[in-house]
Design a protein around this ligand. Structure first.
Ligand code: HEM
Length: 564
């Protein structure tokens, strides 16, 4: 029956579906809080689709009853029955996609093993290959997957005052259950005015150019300690096993130094710091639970399932460990009366007016947590790409060969080859495979009309790896980001990769990652110091898994040989 889109559903089933989806859609749309009139329009169209069109279970070849007798062409070649070809914009329900079943939408893909959680990024590529540049997935709400560069640019460059990113529900549910620790919402999940207030008050320190420049000497010291740690910890043949452990340590050391103004000592001792290792594991594991929470029936919303309990365990470890660090730092700070900007970031957050103490403490914890796994994954991917070419490694070493022990801001600014390598690594191996938005206005994308309130996923990773957007897209070519100069340093050839605007590892617009500037500094300094001192070789194959972020399948082994 499902294969015949014109055949009506059983009446009771239709009513059940309508009631179910009305409830769920209302709940979801209201929780995203876009404009009420638009919500009502979206729900109306959703219900009309279910009641009139009868084809909800059809797959990509789905037709509405209105178009039952017409052939469903691509968006550009629409026509009416009279032969006069009037361009027609199609509705969201006509977007191709996997077969949708009553009540469960496309969730069946995950139960039947067609998609594995850890390989969701590959499943998206598969969806794109099967169905094209725009694909509909139906969970509790319809999700529109965009693969086309210009569609993504339209959505992501929409000049929004308060861009809507869908909240991570499992975090919301958990945090609501701990009102003793958390405020009403947090920066990552908040929307509208509240988001704006949190963003201003929590991130102005870590995004200030002046503060970050004054922080460069401290990052230099931390990177030198990282190099010493590599020397001490590598085996006789130069191999570091579990590279991700020291990558996590350097990420945490840098962010704590920036936000709390103190060195934690995670790199200067060989002693295993059990508490820190537990923290890093909890951060990693909590991302895995978050990614699983997006799929399936989401029973965790109603009963504490195993997934939910495990997630809570990780969140509590993260909160307890970082809160302890923050309170210790606060005590020391009060004793020492700090007098420089760097020390003031967390103090100035704590002294901010308008937020309650819970919001401030959990905001500081979120900033620190966000900086650990993201940096470790990005650094591991970058080193993997650079390990493929000794020439690239030498070129980076050469770019910093004039530098004394400490690398300055000017050295970083002029390191164009190193920056091109980092940019190319973001393109070919991003840590975030897609960016999510909720449309604030109606949009026409690839010939389909999408109403405000629609959830869209912009698959930047897939687009960045497509030949339509980058020549030799599967090759790591840092040169693509470099202009050619003549002997007088005039630009003689400016490269123009069509896909350049969609390399967005940190997102875009007002909602983009506030950690970007600090990550730019730490990654450039880390690779500078690594290749000043070593040549590297990846000893383990690199497989990628989806854990909310894209992460290397661990453990990673890298051989560090002293540079001659
Ligand atoms: C290589 C490392 C990192 C990557 C690839 C990364 C990536 C991202 C991306 C893609 C977003 C979503 C942006 C959007 O929707 O447009 C984001 C948001 C965010 N990131 Fe990062 N991030 C990194 C490091 C950091 C660091 C170091 C911090 C903290 C200092 C941080 C804190 C945050 C926060 C708080 C948000 C939410 C911002 C908001 O909603 O206003 N991230 N990040």
């Amino acid at each position: 029956m499902l294969d015949d889109p014109c055949c009506p559903f059983d009446r009771t089933m239709s009513v059940t579906i309508v009631l179910f989806y009305t409830f769920v859609t209302l709940f979801m749309f209201l929780s995203y809080n876009p404009k009420p009139k638009k919500i009502i329009e979206s729900i109306r169209s959703f219900l009309l689709h279910l009641l009139q069109l009868n084809g909800g279970g059809a797959d990509g070849s789905h037709h509405s009853s209105a178009s039952c007798n017409a052939t469903n062409h691509g968006p550009e070649d629409e026509g009416d029955d009279e032969g006069e070809r009037v361009p027609q914009v199609k509705s969201i329900w006509e977007i191709p996609g996997p077969r949708r079943l009553p009540l469960i939408g496309t969730k069946w893909l995950y139960f039947t093993g067609r998609q594995r959680y850890s390989k969701v990024h590959e499943a998206f590529l598969d969806l794109h290959r099967r169905y094209g540049k725009i694909v509909l997935d139906v969970d509790t709400v319809p999700i529109v997957n965009l693969f086309d560069r210009s569609d993504m640019e339209k959505v992501l460059k929409y000049p929004s005052r308060y861009p809507f990113r869908p909240p991570t529900e499992i975090i919301e549910v958990y945090r609501r259950s701990r009102p003793d620790r958390f405020g009403v919402t947090n920066l990552i999940n908040a929307q509208g005015d509240k988001w704006h207030e949190l963003r201003l008050k929590l991130t102005s320190g870590i995004t200030s150019r002046r503060i970050l420049q004054s922080f460069i000497p401290s990052v230099n010291e931390i990177c030198d300690d990282f190099v010493d740690l590599v020397r001490r910890q590598r085996a006789e043949d130069g191999t570091i096993r579990n590279f991700q452990d020291i990558a996590n340590s350097v990420g945490l050391e840098i962010i704590c130094c920036l936000v709390l103004g103190r060195r934690m000592g995670y790199l200067t001792t060989d002693r295993r710091n059990e508490k820190f290792i537990r923290l890093a594991e909890a951060v990693k594991e909590s991302f895995v639970h978050i990614s699983k929470s997006y799929y399936g029936f989401k029973l965790w919303k109603y009963v504490p399932t195993r997934l939910y309990r495990n997630f809570v365990r990780c969140e509590e470890i993260i909160y307890d460990t970082i809160a302890e660090i923050v309170y210790e730092a606060l005590e020391e700070e009060q004793l020492n009366c700090p007098d420089n900007d760097v020390k003031h970031i967390f103090i100035s957050i704590l002294q901010t007016e308008g937020l309650d103490t819970k919001e401030k403490i959990s905001g500081i914890i979120d900033l620190i947590t966000s900086a650990i796994e993201t940096l470790s994954n990005t650094l591991s991917f970058l080193l993997h790409n650079l390990s493929q070419s000794v020439e690239h490694q030498r070129a980076i070493a050469h770019e910093f060969s004039h530098c004394a022990k400490s690398i300055t801001n000017d050295d970083l600014v002029s390191a164009s080859f190193t920056k091109a390598c980092i940019q190319e690594s973001y393109r070919i191996s991003p840590t975030t495979p897609c960016l999510a938005r909720i449309l604030e206005e109606d949009f026409q994308l690839s010939g389909y009309h999408l109403q405000a309130g629609t959830l869209v996923l912009c698959h930047t990773r897939v687009a960045c790896q497509s030949e339509d957007n980058f020549h030799q897209a599967d090759r790591f070519l840092p040169e693509r980001w470099l202009d050619q100069h003549d002997e007088n340093q005039n630009v003689v050839y400016k490269r123009q990769e069509p896909g350049a605007p969609i390399v967005l590892p940190f997102g875009i617009g007002r909602r983009m990652c506030p950690g970007q500037k600090i990550v730019d500094i730490e990654l450039t300094l880390l690779v500078a110091k690594i290749f000043q001192n070593f040549e590297i070789e990846y000893r383990s194959p690199l497989d990628t898994q989806f854990q909310f972020l894209l992460a290397p399948r661990t453990p990673i082994e890298i051989r560090f040989r002293d540079r001659q």
